[in-house]
Design a protein around this ligand. Sequence first.
Ligand code: BGC
Length: 258
Amino acid sequence: MSALKLQGKAILVTGSSQGIGEAVALRLAEEGADIVVNYHSHPEGADHVVQQIQASGRKSVAIRADLGLVPEVQRLVQESVRALGRLDILVNNAGVEKNADFWSVTEADYDLVMNVNLKGVFFVTQAFVRHLMERKRGGKVINMSSVHEELPFPHFAPYCMSKGGVKMMTRDLAIELAPFGITVNSIAPGAIETPINSKLLHDPAKLNALLDNIPLRRLGQPGDVAGVAAFLASSDADYLTGTTLFADGGLLWNYSEQ
Ligand code: BGC
């Protein structure tokens, strides 16, 4: 049997009760890691993920937190460390989006998207990095960005702005944290079949228009993204930092005239 890539690693995956985060948590556990499953609104989903991981012989706990609140993210990291003994890797996966015309965006929706997708990522990472510094250990940060860190997405302005912020956070922290042996990379998924996309999945006209934009002619599956996360979490990616890997079936750079 080949050695597991993440044997004995302790990993926190935010937003892992469903969607891409769930697939990432399960895949990292398959590679041998112990996992903290963080959730906000779906305790039953989180428990289900935890049970599957425990059944495979790894440690796992579910911890609820509102990632938009700094004391909550600090508690999340503290409780994760208590549960697993330490943390080696952080996957900043949790994210939300709101569809609205620019001129109708409410302050509440703007704050929700920015707080979870950008401020939350910043302060979870800060708490994780402080933990690594206390223990004098290196580690890895993996951010779930989006093709929309590059690509405009009309009617989703705050979402795109948050992902643009994650892109620059990835680059900036990669440089600042390199001397501490901490790498920071992002994954930019395209259109993946998850609950965040449920409206689109049930609208055949919109779905077909989207498929026309994807050179590989299919939506991505959460597992397509989880495989990239497993690579970035492994020692195979030790020399990568400040980079975004696109998992989008070619969506971002698609252009043709026919
Ligand atoms: C968004 C989806 C969108 C996809 C492709 C993702 O970041 O969350 O709503 O369908 O990008 O545009």
